[in-house]
Design a binder for this molecule. Structure first.
Ligand SMILES: NC(=O)C1=CN([C@@H]2O[C@H](COP(=O)(O)OP(=O)(O)OC[C@H]3O[C@@H](n4cnc5c(N)ncnc54)[C@H](O)[C@@H]3O)[C@@H](O)[C@H]2O)C=CC1
Ligand SMILES: O=C(O)CCC(=O)C(=O)O
Length: 356
C-alpha cells in the first residue's frame, strides 16, 4: 500500500494508528481536512479481512466526512475512526476507554461519535477519557433516527424531482439493511404509506421490520433486482457497482450508506440509465447535523436539531438543481457544492484580521 501517495493525492492531514496491548485496541483515526473546524466523524467497528482494508475504509470515510460536513453547512472538518474487531463479540470498557485516550491526545482536532458497530454505551466509555466525543445519551443521543429523518426528507426531494410530488403513499421502497438507520427510515416511510421491501443479514432485524411495518423480505443478493421506485442502501458502502447496476429497476437511489458508489464513474452510469442518484453525503447528514448541535454555544436542543435536519430536503434540492443547470452527474454536483464552501470560507477567514 502506497499510503503517502494516497495522502498526497487526496490531501489528507493525518493518519493515526492506535495500538494498546491491555485492551487489545487496534484502531485507525484518519483526519482528512480541518479547514472549516475540528474534524468530526464517527467511530466504526468492523471485522476487516486485512489491515489495509481497515486503513482504506478509514481514509475513504474521513474524506466523505469533510464533504458531508461542508455541504451540510457545518463549521467542522472531516475524520473517521475505524476499530478493528467484531462489534458483537470484541467490545469492552477498556477498548473504548483506550481509544478515548488516543482521541484526548489529539487535543480537540478530532471529535468522535457513533457509526456502524458502535453505540451510546461505547461513547460513554470514550467520554470517561476525553470530552472530544459527541452522541452521548444525556445530550444528542443516538444519531440514527436523525439520519433516518434526513434520508426521508431527501427521498421526498428526489420524489418531487422525478415524480412531481413529495407524496410517498403507494411508492415502493427497497431498503438494504434495516439496522439503526434503515429501521428508523422504514418507520417514516411506513407512516407515509410506502410499500416496503427489505433485506438484512441478521434475522432479528428482518423480523422486526417485517412485523412492525408489514415489509416484504428478500434475500440480500436479491434486493438489487426488485421492482421498486426507490432503492435505499442503508448497510455498507460500494454497493453501486458494475455487478449491481445492471439489475437495478428503480428510478431513484437514495439511502444512508456512506460511499455508496464504488467509483465515481458509477454515478455517471446511473445518470445514463435515467436513475436519479442522491449523493450519500448530502442525504445522510442528519446524524452529524444532530451531534454537531452538542457543540452549539447554548447547548443541545432537540427542536433546533430537527429543524436543521429537515433542511436536508433543501440541500438535496440544491445539488439536483446544480446537476441540471450544469448538466453534470449529481455526485459531481455534490462535490462541487462542498468544495465551493470550503474554498469560500477559507477565503473569508483569510480576509481582514490575520492571526499572528
Ligand atoms: N447511524 C448513523 O447515524 C449514520 C449512518 N450512516 C451510514 O448508514 C449505514 C447504516 O448505518 P447504521 O444503520 O448505523 O448501521 P447498522 O450496523 O445499525 O445497520 C446496518 C445494517 O445493515 C445490515 N447489513 C450489513 N451487510 C448487509 C448486506 N450485505 N445485505 C443486507 N444487509 C446488510 C446489518 O446487518 C445491519 O442490520 C452505514 O453505511 C453508515 O455508515 C451514515 C450517516 C450516519
Ligand atoms: O452521525 C454520527 O454519529 C457522526 C457522523 C458520521 O460519522 C457520519 O455521518 O457518518
Amino acid at each position: 500500500m502506497e499510503l503517502f501517495k494516497t495522502l498526497e493525492e487526496f490531501d489528507y492531514e493525518n493518519v493515526i494508528l492506535c495500538h494498546d496491548k491491555t485492551s487489545g485496541l487496534k484502531a485507525v483515526i484518519a483526519i482528512h481536512d480541518t479547514t472549516l473546524g475540528p474534524a468530526l466523524g464517527g467511530c466504526r467497528m468492523w471485522t476487516y479481512d486485512t489491515e489495509e482494508d481497515a486503513i482504506n475504509d478509514a481514509l475513504r470515510l474521513a474524506r466523505g466526512m469533510t464533504y458531508k460536513n461542508a455541504a451540510a453547512g457545518l463549521n467542522l472538518g472531516g475524520a473517521k475512526t475505524v476499530v478493528i474487531g467484531n462489534p458483537r463479540k470484541d467490545k469492552s470498557e477498556a477498548l473504548f476507554r483506550s481509544l478515548g485516550r488516543f482521541i484526548e491526545g489529539l487535543n480537540g482536532r478530532y471529535i468522535t461519535a457513533e457509526d456502524v458497530g458502535t453505540n451510546m454505551k461505547d461513547m460513554d466509555y470514550i467520554s470517561m477519557e476525553t470530552n472530544y466525543v459527541a452522541g452521548l445519551a444525556e445530550k444528542s443521543g443516538d444519531p440514527s433516527p436523525f439520519t433516518a429523518y434526513g434520508v426521508f426528507r431527501g427521498i421526498q426531494a428526489a420524489c418531487e424531482e422525478v415524480f412531481g410530488t413529495t407524496e410517498l403513499k403507494g411508492k415502493t421502497v427497497a431498503i438494504q439493511g434495516v439496522g439503526n438507520v434503515g429501521y428508523n427510515l422504514a418507520k417514516y416511510l411506513h407512516e407515509a404509506g410506502a410499500r416496503l421491501i427489505i433485506t438484512d443479514i441478521f434475522e432479528d432485524n428482518v423480523k422486526r421490520a417485517v412485523s412492525e411495518f408489514n415489509a416484504e423480505y428478500v434475500k440480500p443478493d436479491d434486493i438489487y433486482g426488485v421492482d421498486c421506485d426507490i432503492f435505499a442502501p442503508c448497510a455498507l458502502g460500494a454497493v453501486i457497482n458494475d455487478e449491481t447496476i445492471p439489475h437495478l429497476k428503480c428510478k431513484i437511489v437514495a439511502g444512508s450508506s456512506n460511499n455508496q458508489l464504488k467509483e465515481e464513474r458509477h454515478g455517471e452510469i446511473l445518470q445514463e440509465k435515467g436513475i436519479l442518484y442522491v449523493p450519500d453525503f448530502i442525504i445522510n447528514a442528519g446524524g452529524v447535523i444532530n451531534v454537531a448541535e452538542e457543540l452549539h454555544p447554548s447547548g443541545y436542543n432537540k427542536e433546533r436539531a430537527m429543524r436543521k435536519v429537515s433542511m436536508v430536503y433543501d440541500n438535496v434540492k440544491k445539488v439536483l438543481q446544480k446537476s441540471k443547470e450544469e448538466n453534470i452527474p449529481t455526485c459531481i454536483a455534490a462535490d462541487m457544492v462542498a468544495e465551493d464552501r470550503i474554498k469560500t470560507i477559507a477565503g473569508v477567514r483569510d480576509n481582514f484580521i490575520k492571526k499572528v
